[in-house]
Design a protein around this ligand. Structure first.
Ligand code: CMP
Length: 142
């Protein structure tokens, strides 16, 4: 099934100048980038995006990090996109990320783990809507 998933290149990866390297991995893996933009999240935007984690001990540090600099948010489209994007990223905790994954290559810590990706098609739909209007998404015909 062709799916859409949502990606964030996090502030530590933007600071390392690896936006293009990460996009290259997406494209080489066969994803189509059908929407993208850079933005500097407000505290309210970061708290809302990660609302499901609000009672976790890492929440405040996560929000502080995610608002510490610009991020790049994107919509990726492709066959089995949610799971294939997660495979490309590697484990959320970079200590467990396999060699060759984005987190193995670019993460600095559990919180500063370089990229975010949706964990299900339901999360993807919610996360895409959180950041993109319908008019900002550009499906490909070729
Ligand atoms: P992400 O995919 O953006 O979704 C939630 C984020 O919270 C996760 O990546 C990590 O950056 C962060 N996170 C999750 N669990 C922990 C943890 N135990 N300690 C620190 N940060 C965490």
């Amino acid at each position: 099934t062709i799916e859409r998933t949502f990606s964030i290149v996090k502030p530590n990866a933007v600071a390392k100048n690896v936006i293009g390297a990460i996009f290259n991995r997406f494209e080489t893996a066969g994803f189509k980038i059908i929407a993208t933009k850079m933005l500097h999240l407000t505290k309210e935007q970061a708290e809302g995006f990660y609302a499901e984690h609000k009672d976790r001990p890492f929440f405040n540090g996560l929000v502080e990090f995610m608002t510490s600099g610009p991020v790049v948010v994107s919509v990726l489209e492709g066959e089995n996109a949610v799971q294939r994007h997660r495979d490309l990223m590697g484990a959320t905790n970079p200590s467990n990320a396999l060699a060759g994954t984005l987190r193995a290559d670019y993460a600095d810590s559990f919180t500063e783990n370089a990229t975010h990706g949706s964990d299900s098609t339901d999360s993807a739909a919610r996360e895409i809507t959180y950041f993109f209007g319908e008019g900002e998404i550009c499906p490909r015909t070729r």
